[in-house]
Design a protein around this ligand. Sequence first.
Ligand SMILES: O=P(O)(O)OC[C@H]1O[C@](O)(CO)[C@@H](O)[C@@H]1O
Length: 411
Amino acid sequence: MLTYQCSKYTKIRIKGISVPNISHYNQCSLEELSEIVNIAKEIKEHAQILLVIGIGGSFLGARAVIDALTPYFNETKLEIIYGGQNMSGAYLQELLSFIDKKEIYVNVISKSGSTMEPALTFRIIKKYMEERYGKEAKQRIIVTTDPETGILKRISEQEGYRRFLIPREVGGRFSVFTAAGLLPIAVAGINIKEFIRGAKRAENDFEDKNVQQNAAYQYAFSRFEMYQRGYSIELLASFEPRLNTLHKWWKQLFGESEGKDSKGLYPSTVSFSTDLHAIGQFIQEGSRIVFETFLDFEEIDADMKIPFTIDNIDGLNYLGGRSMNSINNISRDGIALAHEENGIPVHKIILTKLDPFHMGYLMYFLMKACVISATLLDVNPFNQPGVEVYKRRVRELLLKESSLLLTMKQT
Ligand SMILES: O=P(O)(O)OC[C@H]1O[C@](O)(CO)[C@@H](O)[C@@H]1O
């Protein structure tokens, strides 16, 4: 299902630590699950576009799974698009003209309800939906937010929107197994029951107190060992471009959970072989600050055979008859050899198959490993005080600027 291989430089020594429990992060009730499935069905029947509004953990988990498990080139009846992840006026303007002739549903996801990017985007989209659909807008907007507090909760009550809840104790980057992740994933046609089954299995497997056989502990401990030996960057590398959004989710998961009190590895990612032609030189021969974690799936459904040609004009007949994926695998082994020969530790997380079950299994594994890893660093994995500082500063500046403008207008 999942194997973790340490680099030859790693000497894992494990002693007892007390790790916070996260099993309640994967507890969507049967009732909620069937509500998600029903609304997903309704969206698929009545919409050509689902616009997901959210930022960070409020959309990355869903998008990571959707991008990993749907085809690269996909002409579907229903397209999922994303908004609320930036402050670009051009993005919003183009988004509005793109959706204008298509039937739309909106899922706005924000735990706090007050994050600037999704909040501003939702203000514009809400107005657009009301002008376009009138009373029907209420049916087409679905809110996912905190059960007890927040502006989005208030708006949804006032407007009568249907609402899903992100449990109080589950932070954005850990929310992929709640409605925040599950509704968009279900709309994309991915089997969410299998996805949750994978996570449940991982929850069970990585509870194992025999840490020598527990890959989540091993991954966390070997990261910690790298950190103690002076490495400052962990480079997550994979070989299938479909996993690029999962990289972003992983970056937020580890970066926001660990980067505090002047501690933590900087999480960075590369997509091989593409990035070898951009950053490969630095990895091979640059500053010795990087170690790698290869993330790989043994079985990927689609593949392509290399044809033989009569003239062999490109000299590639020696690869004729082989599949692209098998060449990708060999190149992975070659990259690992080249890097290890140069003293770069290479760790490997290998999963059997790229499917909903294994995605659920992997994401739970990474969440668990992240919490263990933060515990080793002695930081709180569940808060992000630094992000709050920047949010406050931006708000202060905007308020100052706006009141200046107001005074100028009045004089
Ligand atoms: O769901 P919210 O409250 O809009 O937050 C979105 C993201 O913003 C952060 O709070 C800070 O960037 C993340 O932790 C979170 O995933």
